[in-house]
Write a protein that binds this ligand. Structure first.
Ligand SMILES: Cc1ncc(C[n+]2csc(CCOP(=O)(O)OP(=O)(O)O)c2C)c(N)n1
Ligand SMILES: [Mg+2]
Length: 333
């Protein structure tokens, strides 16, 4: 955050004011979409389990800022942020989550399967670690095609314990695949603390394979952007994979309905409050304000995002469900 000047739209050092504001807008969009989604879940309007990424927006935004529609990402069960940061349509996501025919997968997938092939979003995934092998395959296909595209696998600290991570590191290192492994370490795997189920450091797991790795503050969008810039650059130059461990926190439960079946709390109010104080969005807004962006401009941005999001959900709710026969049709020929 060394160089932001109001009115200066040229790249100033690393990032232009326009880019910085676009990061802020993208994080606000994810936050507002998921906050409304949480309300709809509570109102019983949403079929299937819903995992919100509120608090983790900076990782999706900082990484995807480097990607075009031609690059691929594979996501997790907590995938709305990845979908939106990759350019997926908020309307198509809202419809999908509500099981409407206008959804990005025709309403067949729901929250855990939001996908948009045109935008290079290979899908959220209900299988923990399931996106990792898919991203390796995507990276290999791009290497075979001889282009400079990259693939990103997002996964959690729980996902980091799946065997496929070692397999991915091995193959990607050996074949120098254009792959980013991005572990969103939010400290929990469902209701288990990471330190109760995970041995040693996660970023360090890349070392034996000779894969460069870095542990970063995943609640600082510029820090994420910088780490991803280096990793994406390396992959585009044909220098192989990078492993990023981004430390972050989910403000909400593992799954929206968890209070209805959990008998006791698995994290303290104190801990949640401490992380809320490091919320990536107000933190970034404060950095922007410090460097001269008027608070009124930031408020205007937030209001316009809120208005857009309200319209998106109202429209999606009014959309029809799929025809029953669509259950037997394929999405991709
Ligand atoms: C292969 C597999 N094992 C177990 C589960 C059940 N499960 C769903 S989410 C989850 C926790 C995942 O934790 P993490 O990877 O840290 O992601 P987070 O929920 O924290 O974003 C588990 C164990 C599953 N969906 N798939
Ligand atoms: Mg986790």
């Amino acid at each position: 955050m060394s160089c932001i000047r109001q009115g200066d739209d040229e790249a100033c050092g690393e990032l232009s004011l326009d880019q910085l504001l676009s990061f802020h807008r993208a994080m606000l969009l994810i936050r507002a979409m998921e906050e409304r989604l949480g309300e709809l879940v509570a109102a019983g309007e949403v079929p299937g389990a819903v995992h919100l990424s509120i608090g983790q927006e900076a990782v999706a935004v900082g990484v995807c800022a480097h990607l075009s529609d031609d690059d691929w990402i594979a996501s997790t069960h907590r995938g709305h942020g990845h979908f939106l940061a990759k350019g997926g349509s908020p309307s198509a996501m809202a419809s999908e989550v509500l099981g409407r025919a206008s959804g990005s997968c025709g309403g067949k997938g729901g929250s855990m399967h939001v996908a948009d092939i045109e935008r290079g979003m290979l899908g959220a995934n209900g299988i923990v670690g399931g996106g990792i092998g898919i991203a390796v395959g995507a990276a290999w296909s791009m290497q075979l095609a001889g282009n400079d595209r990259v693939a990103v696998a997002f996964f959690g600290d729980g996902g980091a314990n799946q065997g496929v991570v070692a397999e991915a590191l091995n193959l990607a290192a050996l074949w120098k695949l254009p792959l980013l492994l991005v572990c969103e370490n939010n400290g929990y795997s469902e209701f288990s603390r990471s330190d109760a189920v995970t041995a040693g450091g996660i970023a360090e797991r890349a070392h034996p394979f000779g894969v460069p790795s870095v542990r970063i503050d995943g609640n600082d969008v510029v820090q994420v952007w910088r780490a991803a810039r280096e990793a994406v650059g390396r992959s585009r130059r044909g220098e192989g994979p990078t492993f990023i461990e981004a430390l972050t926190y989910r403000h909400r439960g593992h799954v929206e309905t968890e209070k209805s079946f959990l008998s006791r709390a698995y994290r303290t109010d104190d801990e949640v409050e401490q992380w809320q104080a490091r919320d990536p969005i107000p933190r970034f807004a404060a950095q922007l304000a410090e460097r001269g962006v008027e608070r009124a401009k930031l408020a205007e941005l937030a209001e316009s995002v809120d208005a857009e999001v309200a319209r998106v959900w109202i429209d999606a709710i009014a959309r029809p469900e799929p025809d029953r026969r669509a259950a037997f049709s394929q999405m991709i020929d």
